[in-house]
Write a protein that binds this ligand. Structure first.
Ligand code: PLP
Length: 389
């Protein structure tokens, strides 16, 4: 009989594992399933990045242990991208940590900053990895509701004085998963002010930083005056360059937090394979046309999807960033009953909003992760169930 540590019993079950099982079971019946439930980019990594790995892989330098905290050239490449895209100056050695995807850093930051019982402010709905990190650290979550009426931004005035004073860490995430909302400079200015007032470290999750629609490029938290004093931003190549399988991300900003993350990473991983670091540097410093194309592709998918939704009477505001659409469920359904019904009768996988927190109820998340024809087909199939209008 194995007796797990208490921290493991606090770890929530992986909600999306169940979703994948349900989708696979439907596909195993021989059905043509359209999976829009997961956040896995459907297109390949641009070829110049793959070629950079092919060139780098034979280099014996990369066959040994990489330097702890990674190769300086990759940190310099990340700093350069932030300078070019956001006008943000970063010291590559002190203010950039290389991560195994954003995910590891999002979990490690809780371990770096929270003692058991310390409060962390998390968005609700929100990306479930924030909860896992807090649970593993023995922290206590205080949810900040994201409401449609407030453009899915948290209202700091609604956080109780007690929670604000006890909080040591908070997560913000724009462009947002799951709501597709974006945030502007005023929101980040308020965030810095709130965090500085209460001594809270900000973790800004910028996983969808490249994906903003209607001509509005997303704003980085680090562009805000004072941001570096109070927090870090998590940036990843997963979505920007279709490199989810490569596992490359960064924590950038506050040097004390970066140094804590580097310390924990040194113990866990040493660093990424050098060939991947070389290819990641190529992604960051090479031609950026692929990023503009990617954003344009998601925008035209979004518009094709909403045109089809209009035909079946499914009404919703459009997302302004990320590749997710946060859509209301029809009357008489919960998010889970609707997602189950659509999977069973239309062979379309949607993620039920309840999986993202209490305030996710009433919505489903649809990923723009299939070609336009497939997205339209998914909506037309749902239309045949006559649930809208
Ligand atoms: N943050 C958000 C909001 C995400 O949706 C994801 C991935 O889906 C991540 C972070 C982590 O991405 P990765 O670990 O691939 O960098």
């Amino acid at each position: 009989q194995i007796n797990p540590a208490a921290r493991m019993t606090g770890l929530p079950a992986q909600f999306f594992a169940a979703l994948v099982r349900k989708a696979n079971a439907q596909a195993a019946k021989g059905r043509d399933v359209i999976n829009l439930g997961q956040g896995n980019p459907d297109r390949p990594t641009p070829s110049h990045i793959v070629e950079a790995l092919q060139e780098a892989a034979p280099n014996p330098l990369y066959h040994k242990y990489p330097p702890f905290s990674g190769f300086p050239f990759l940190k310099e490449a990340a700093a350069r991208r932030y300078k070019e895209d956001y006008g943000v100056e970063l010291d590559p050695e002190k203010e950039v940590a290389i991560l195994f995807g954003g995910k590891t850093g999002l979990i490690e930051i809780s371990q770096c900053l929270l003692n058991p019982g310390d409060v962390c402010l998390v968005p609700d709905p929100g990306y479930p990895d924030y909860w896992s990190g807090v649970a593993l650290a023995g922290g206590v979550m205080e949810y900040m509701p994201l409401k449609e009426g407030n453009n899915f931004l948290p209202d700091y005035d609604a956080v109780s004085a007690d929670a604000a004073n006890k909080a040591k860490l908070m997560f913000v995430n724009y462009p947002n998963n799951p709501t597709g909302a974006t945030a502007g400079p005023e929101f980040y200015a308020k965030t810095v002010e709130f965090a500085a007032k209460h001594g809270i470290v900000v973790a800004s999750d910028f996983a969808y930083g490249a994906i903003g629609f209607d001509g509005n490029a997303p704003v980085s938290f680090l562009q805000t005056p004072g941001a570096k004093e109070v927090g870090v931003e998590f940036y990843t190549l997963s979505k920007t360059y279709n490199m989810a399988g490569w596992r490359v991300g960064f924590a950038l900003g506050n040097p004390e937090v970066v140094s804590l993350i580097n310390l924990i990473q040194d113990h866990y991983y040493c660093s990424l394979f050098g060939g991947i670091q070389a290819a990641a540097a190529t992604a960051l410093t090479g031609p950026q046309q692929c990023v503009a194309e990617l954003t344009a592709a998601y925008e035209s998918r979004r518009d094709a999807l909403f045109a089809a939704m209009g035909e079946i009477g499914w009404e919703s505001p459009k997302p302004s960033g990320s590749f997710f659409c946060w859509l209301p469920v029809p009357k008489g359904h919960t998010s889970i009953s609707f997602a189950d019904h659509v999977l069973e009768h239309a062979d379309v996988v949607l993620a039920p909003g309840a999986g993202f927190g209490t305030h996710g109820e009433g919505y489903v998340r649809l990923g723009l992760l299939a070609p336009e024809e497939r997205l339209q087909e998914a909506i037309h199939r749902i239309g045949k169930l006559h649930l809208f209008g």
